[in-house]
Design a binder for this molecule. Structure first.
Ligand code: PLP
Length: 410
């Protein structure tokens, strides 16, 4: 017999992270299992944006670049993200989007491995990762992409022609978690550089990039920094003096305000900044990082494992007679903070579920995704979500005409 709702309520009462839920804005009656796509807003985000507009921008006008620390935001904020990915200060720069950060990381990696002309890309990568590498290859000329299917395909793909490997720590579709230490070691042993995409891992559990060469990630998923919040790039200190990427904008210049005619890279991680930071978007990001500073990442992972395991167990019990199949690894050690199921009518099932207050999302062709942000999702939420999913399937609510047509963003 599965755990009862009352038992879930008791688990919530003794959850050491429980108090954090009150720090987020979540509409009543909503069980939000899409924090892996867009995290919920910290309640302090509004005040942070208001302060930036009224006091910093309104009060100091252009003086804000110096007096409010706007100019250094990419680096000061990077130093606050660093502990979440297991690296030190001066190793992370924040700005632009993940797609742009990948262009920076991969182009820098290619420069560090002259003569090697192959970029290995995982077929399970989020599509934009591969798309931007395609554009890079086309623009640079002379390079090629070698597709592999997961870490298992790496051994056969690595050779002395490989400059770098691009892979995600957690698969966006299945939630499967790769062993970053093992993969990084294997790639480096072949003389190549490892670029990790952390979009679905930072904020889901303690990440350790200390051995990796480069890493990138977004801040609007588990890090709750808001739509369009800037991404980050990590560059290992051993590469910082040599690594040069192709987006040589003025903020990465050694002397941006000397307005020299040619580009000279800045020292250290600053050369991985490009141009004017999106100051207003840094405000909610830093408000969110104020919360993250107080989060025990060991407790976070323990809760994440418990929530995802509970969801798998309850859905498999309540929905045993329907066409659902677990896509995520059954072993919680091999999962991120997400559980995915396959259903032939996955899209209308998710739409019907959302109409009943349980928000998951859909990834083509047939995957239903449920993200469990441990800062604001509890055990009773998991129980209620599994009950609602079973009801949608049992009553066939998803057959309703209005759920069939795809919206632009799924
Ligand atoms: C969300 C996500 C992205 C998004 O990239 P943007 O440039 O921020 O749109 C990239 N890669 C992965 C793995 C993601 O999950």
């Amino acid at each position: 017999m599965a755990i009862s709702r009352a038992e879930c309520v008791a688990l919530d009462a003794s959850d050491p992270l429980r108090h954090l839920r009150d720090e987020f804005v979540l509409p009543d009656g909503t069980i939000y299992l899409v924090g892996n796509s867009l995290g919920a807003p910290p309640k302090t985000a509004v005040a942070a944006v208001t302060r930036t507009v009224e006091q910093e921008w309104g009060g100091r006008l252009v003086g804000g670049w110096n007096a409010s620390g706007w100019y250094d935001l990419p680096l000061t904020t990077g130093d606050r993200i660093a502990p979440l990915i297991g690296v030190g200060p001066g190793q992370v720069a924040v700005g632009e989007s993940t797609s742009v950060a990948i262009v920076k990381a991969v182009s820098a990696a290619l420069g560090l491995r002259p003569g090697r002309r192959v970029i290995v890309s995982d077929l399970d990568n989020f599509p934009t990762d591969r798309y931007v590498v395609e554009g890079l290859v086309r623009a640079l000329g002379g390079y090629e992409i070698r597709d592999v299917s997961g870490p298992g395909g790496l051994a056969g793909a690595l050779g002395d022609d490989v400059a770098c490997v691009l892979m995600s720590e957690v698969d966006y579709r299945t939630g499967a978690r790769n062993d970053t230490a093992a993969v990084t070691g294997m790639v480096q042993a072949a003389g190549a550089l490892m670029v990790w995409d952390l979009c679905h891992s930072a904020g889901a559990f303690q990440v350790d990039m200390s051995a990796a060469d480069f890493a990138v990630g977004c801040t609007y998923k588990y890090l709750n920094a808001g739509p369009g919040a800037p991404a980050y790039i990590y560059v290992h200190p051993r590469h910082q003096a040599e690594a040069e990427h192709i987006l040589t904008g003025w903020h990465g210049h050694a002397a941006p305000f000397a307005f020299e005619p040619g580009f000279r890279p800045a020292e250290g991680i600053r050369r991985f900044t490009v141009s004017t930071p999106h100051v207003l978007s840094f405000a909610p990001l830093n408000a969110s990082l104020d919360i993250w500073e107080r989060v025990d990442l060991t407790a976070l992972r323990a809760k994440s494992v418990a929530l995802t395991s509970l969801f798998v167990e309850l859905v498999e019990e309540f929905c045993a007679s329907y066409d659902l199949a677990l896509v995520s690894p059954r072993d919680p050690e091999r999962r991120g903070s997400q559980v995915s199921f396959r259903h032939p009518d996955g899209y209308p099932v998710i739409r019907a579920l959302i109409d009943r207050g349980v928000h998951g999302d859909f990834r083509a062709p047939d995957v239903l995704r449920f993200g469990f942000a441990p800062l604001y999702i509890g055990y009773a939420d998991v129980h209620d979500a599994a009950v609602a999913l079973a009801e949608v399937l049992r009553e066939e609510h998803w057959r309703d005409e209005r759920y069939q047509r795809r919206l632009a963003v799924t």
